[in-house]
Design a protein around this ligand. Structure first.
Ligand code: PAF
Length: 268
């Protein structure tokens, strides 16, 4: 009912808290496009797998609320888990097919079911006109777009470009887990993707693009190299691997460094 009283169009910025400049850029874009902006803070347990970092995920609600207020959010929704998932809740949203079984879906089984379910619930609760999501989680963005289309949800999904640290590392709440050497090494993932995209622009075949990315990460350097889990050139909507690089494709990668799993992508 608080949302219903807000001037329209209403934008929703869903977050798991631990806000950084990337979230603030989502709020800024939402503020430009909408008469009011609501944000959610909810570390959603159903999108974390066993052994993932649900327990230690950074949480600082007082700071997050202050930042949301400073960023002009009209309303913050910060439920606890029992409020979001009441006893007896038995429904989940599953986006099927290759879009959710590859890449992040393969590395994190069940992750996208948790994301799709919580985003569907947030859309049902807040009923925004626009939903703002970061380009960094490109597969999540594609999954949410698919769900919104398939379930005829009346919301426009808006993607916001990835915010980066000065050395190119994509901003993420999980970067806080990196020690100083890992933090320097983490920026190598973006540099390797840039190398791959530079090859894609020549143009060359997908194999050359992937080889250039992998070779860049394999180069001996002082800073530790992220261990590549996957790198792929894909269609941005379906995440189908692309035979040839084309404008609009994504060069997407995941890599591990210390205790952190980094993901990043560049639009060709
Ligand atoms: O990207 C995130 O922070 C989360 O996956 C989201 C969209 C808030 C759903 O929990």
């Amino acid at each position: 009912s608080a949302c219903a009283a807000l001037p329209r169009p209403l934008g929703l910025v869903p977050t798991m808290g631990a806000l950084h400049a990337g979230h603030l850029s989502l709020l800024a874009v939402a503020g430009e496009e909408c008469a009011s902006v609501a944000a959610s803070i909810f570390v959603n347990p159903t999108q974390f797998g066993p052994g993932e970092d649900f327990e230690r995920y950074p949480r600082d609600e007082a700071r997050d609320l202050r930042l949301l207020e400073e960023a002009g959010a009209a309303l913050a929704f910060a439920p606890d888990a029992s409020e979001m998932y009441s006893p007896g809740a038995s429904t989940a949203v599953h986006v099927g097919g290759p879009l959710t079984s590859r890449f992040e879906g393969a590395s994190r089984p069940g992750h996208f079911d948790g994301v799709a379910t919580v985003v569907a619930k947030l859309l049902g609760i807040v009923r925004p006109d626009h939903l703002f999501l970061g380009q960094k989680d490109a597969q999540q963005l594609a999954v949410v777009r698919r769900m919104v289309a398939d379930l005829d949800i009346d919301v426009e999904v808006v993607s916001v470009p990835t915010m980066r640290e000065p050395d190119g590392l994509a901003m993420s709440s999980r970067n806080a887990y990196l020690d100083a050497a890992e933090r320097r090494g983490a920026a190598r993932l973006y540099r390797a993707l840039q190398r791959g995209v530079a090859v894609a622009r020549v143009p060359k075949s997908t194999v050359h693009v992937l080889q250039a990315t992998e070779a860049d990460l394999a180069r001996p350097e002082d800073d530790p190299a992220p261990r590549l889990e996957y790198v792929a050139l894909v269609d941005a909507d379906t995440f189908e691997p692309a035979a040839e690089p084309r404008r609009g494709h994504l060069l997407a990668a995941a890599a591990r460094l210390g205790a952190v799993r980094l993901i990043d992508n560049i639009i060709v």
